[in-house]
Every structure is written in structure tokens, then in C-alpha cells.
Design a protein around this ligand. Structure first.
Ligand code: PLP
Length: 402
């Protein structure tokens, strides 16, 4: 006998993983160079030099038993202090090492945070703005909450406050925001965060209990224009848990390292932090990888070479829109969220496969009628894919733009 829910989750891959696996199979059949895999957010830019330098000197300077031993469950104190110090200097944040819980990437940060905030059996609800990272539903439901996606403003993918207003109720334990956003690439400006914060503060007052904001931030540094700023949410809203990851900023998705920062200004910050520690314990996310805690502490705030993604974004965005595709301008992350030229985005993905163009349907992000194209690929892949996108556009008679 097995847990039916877990069986169902484990026996069906996510749509992204499904296409990623298909791409590998196809590459074995027809050659890697003939497959244009835009399915997964695996960074194509190597980790910055500071990562290898940190690994080298940590290996030389830290006794092996210490380096490869257990750290404190919530993460090594010295590493937490260093990351917090950096957050203070970068964002003027009121965060100390005692507010941080080091985890295995944003996925662990999110599931731990949701388990920390939700009491099963109480009808708790978690809201997120669509399009959203599909695993939110898995994490929220496994924590015992109902997951409610909220449609966003047409064309901009920004929160629609009239929708939020209708959905909001006293059972909402948390609202999840993800900016820069996967899959839309949209970045919430300060005015959006301020408006959201004011809305939630008013509701907290009305309900007489906190409503938490969970900010999912693996793409915090991945913005490409000088003018694009990513507000540090705890500076705007007290009841915030930041779920950060080094997977994308330092190109370290396989090393599984990130953190949760519980704002010390939260009404019951100490209790929330203790619940985070408890959820980490219950889920087995204790003592994040020791070597990479140290690497993160040294490299926090640095990034891999983002100019590569910027060039990819510009080339693909300009290329696709001039072919007649419609797409919101992506200020950050490394995805384009393109309107499907036919109502069924899955049918569009299928048609693209004829050209060996692989990307994922927006259905999987709670946003039917769109597809996500990940541009964390080589420039060469983009260059060779554009004529194929052109042939695909011709099938739909898309009107090219001058
Ligand atoms: N949240 C979002 C929006 C993501 O895109 C991802 C990964 O792609 C994650 C969370 C999980 O990231 P991690 O690899 O750090 O677990």
C-alpha cells in the first residue's frame, strides 16, 4: 500500500520535465544540434569565477570533518550572519542571521514556508497570481491548504486587485508573489508592491491576524535594464517570508542551496521562524549542503554573466515579435511568455514539435492560451531556431511587423 496522493504525484512528471526528457530522447535520435529545447529553466551560463575560487579556498582552509559534517539544522551561524549582513548592505534590510533558514533551493524554501504557515484541517488557503510556478499547487496542497490561482491583468500579468479583493478571505494564510516572474518575465514595480502591501495590511487589521506574503525570488538579480529595480519586499510589508535560491543567480541549480528569510518585523516573527525550523525538520530539510552554504555566504549578491541572457532576450523578443508573435516585454528572469496563435496552446506546442521546437504550454502555469519559451540557451540555438519560428508563424499567417 502506498500513499495514493504521492503515487499520483510521482508517477506523472510535470509537463516541463516531460518535454525535457522528450528533448533528450529526440537528441539521441536525430542529434543534439537538431533539437531546439526551450523547455526548462536550466542556466546556460556557467557559475561565476567566485564560485570555483570559493570552493578551492574553502576546501583548503576548512578541516574536512568540519566541512563535510552536519551544520546547525537552520544552517551554519557564520554563513547566515554573512548572508544577512549582505542583505542589510544591499537592501537596507532589517534582517539578521537569526532570521535566516538555509535550505535546498527555492523549492524547499517554499514547501517549508507553506508547511510552517498552514495548519491542516482549518480550511487554510494559499493564493498566487497566475501565471505561477506549477509546483506551488503541489506544495500548498501537501501542506494541507487549498491553492487558489488568481487571474492577472490581461496582457500585463500584473495583479488584478479587483480579483484579489474578491478572493481574499480570513482563511487565506499566505499570498505568493514571484517577481521577476517565471514564466512571464514580468517584474513588479515598487508601486505594485506598495499597493499589495497596503491591501494586505488593511485585511490584517480587519481579520485581526496576519496574512503572510511569501516572495519566491530565484530570479531576483536576473533583470536586464538599468531602470528595472526589484523591490525588497520585507521593506514594504512586515509579514513577509522571502524564499531565495542561488540556482539561477549563481547558476547552481544542481547544488540545491537557498534560504528563507523571515522578516523580524513580522507580528509573530519568532513563532514563524520556529515553525519554519519545525517544518524543515518535519520535511527533512535540515543542514543544507555544507560546502554550498559556505559558497553562498561568499558569493551572495554576485551573479553569473547576465549579459548573455540579456542578449538572448533581446534577440528572441525582437525576432519573435517582428515575426508577428505577441509577447509581454520581459524585464527579468529568462522566459518569454508568448500568446499562442491558436486558442489551444497545447496544439501550438504540438505543431512546433514538427520543427523540433520544444516549449511548454501556459496551461501548466495556470494561464491557458500562452506558451513559455525559456531563453537560457546558447545564442547559437536562438539564431538557428528563428527561421523555424518563421516557418511556424507562416502556418498561422501571422502578420510580420516591420
Ligand atoms: N520558483 C520558481 C518561480 C522557479 O522558476 C523555480 C525553478 O525553476 C523554483 C521556484 C525552484 O527553484 P530551486 O531550483 O531553487 O528549487
Amino acid at each position: 500500500m502506498v500513499n495514493e496522493k504521492m503515487y499520483a504525484l510521482g508517477s506523472k512528471r510535470s509537463a516541463i520535465r516531460e518535454i525535457f526528457e522528450y528533448a533528450k530522447k529526440r537528441a539521441a535520435e536525430i542529434g543534439r544540434e537538431n533539437v531546439f529545447d526551450f523547455s526548462i529553466g536550466n542556466p546556460s551560463v556557467p557559475a561565476p569565477a567566485c564560485v570555483d575560487e570559493a570552493i578551492e579556498h574553502i576546501l583548503q582552509e576548512t578541516p574536512s570533518v568540519e566541512l563535510h559534517g552536519y551544520t546547525s539544522a537552520q544552517g551554519d551561524k557564520n554563513c547566515r550572519d554573512r548572508i544577512a549582513e549582505n542583505l542589510r548592505s544591499r537592501f537596507g534590510a532589517d534582517i539578521s542571521g537569526d532570521d535566516l533558514y538555509l535550505t535546498c533551493g527555492a523549492a524547499a524554501s517554499l514547501t517549508v514556508s507553506m508547511h510552517a504557515l498552514v495548519t491542516p484541517g482549518t480550511g487554510a488557503e494559499i493564493l498566487a497570481f497566475a501565471p505561477y510556478f506549477a509546483e506551488y499547487k503541489v506544495f500548498a496542497e501537501s501542506a494541507g491548504a487549498r491553492f487558489t490561482p488568481l487571474p492577472t491583468e490581461d496582457g500585463t500579468f500584473l495583479p488584478d486587485f479587483s480579483v484579489l479583493e474578491k478572493a481574499m478571505n480570513p482563511a487565506v494564510a499566505a499570498v505568493v508573489v514571484n517577481s521577476p516572474n517565471n514564466p512571464s518575465g514580468v517584474v513588479y514595480k515598487e508601486e505594485t508592491i506598495e499597493r499589495l502591501a497596503a491591501f494586505l495590511r488593511a485585511r490584517e487589521k480587519e481579520y485581526g491576524h496576519p496574512v503572510y506574503l511569501i516572495t519566491d525570488e530565484p530570479y531576483r538579480e536576473l533583470v536586464y535594464d538599468e531602470k528595472t529595480k526589484v523591490p525588497f519586499v520585507p521593506n514594504y510589508y512586515d509579514d513577509t517570508l522571502v524564499c531565495y535560491s542561488y540556482s539561477k543567480s549563481l547558476s547552481l541549480p544542481g547544488e540545491r542551496i537557498g534560504y528563507i528569510a523571515v522578516s523580524p518585523r513580522a507580528a509573530d516573527a519568532k513563532a514563524v521562524y520556529a515553525a519554519v525550523c519545525g517544518a524543515g525538520r518535519a520535511l527533512g530539510f535540515v543542514c543544507a549542503p555544507s560546502l554550498f552554504q559556505r559558497v553562498a555566504a561568499e558569493c551572495d549578491g554576485k551573479t553569473s554573466d547576465l549579459s548573455v541572457y540579456k542578449r538572448n532576450r533581446d534577440r528572441l523578443y525582437n525576432g519573435l515579435t517582428s515575426l508577428g508573435y505577441t509577447c509581454v516585454y520581459p524585464d527579468g528572469a529568462f522566459y518569454l511568455f508568448v500568446k499562442s496563435p491558436e486558442p489551444d496552446a497545447n496544439a501550438f506546442c504540438e505543431r512546433a514539435r514538427k520543427y523540433e521546437l520544444l516549449f511548454v504550454s501556459g496551461d501548466d502555469f495556470g494561464c491557458p492560451g500562452y506558451v513559455r519559451i525559456a531563453y537560457c540557451v546558447s545564442a547559437e540555438q536562438i539564431g538557428r531556431a528563428l527561421p523555424l519560428f518563421k516557418a511556424l508563424a507562416a502556418e498561422y499567417s501571422l502578420p510580420p511587423k516591420p
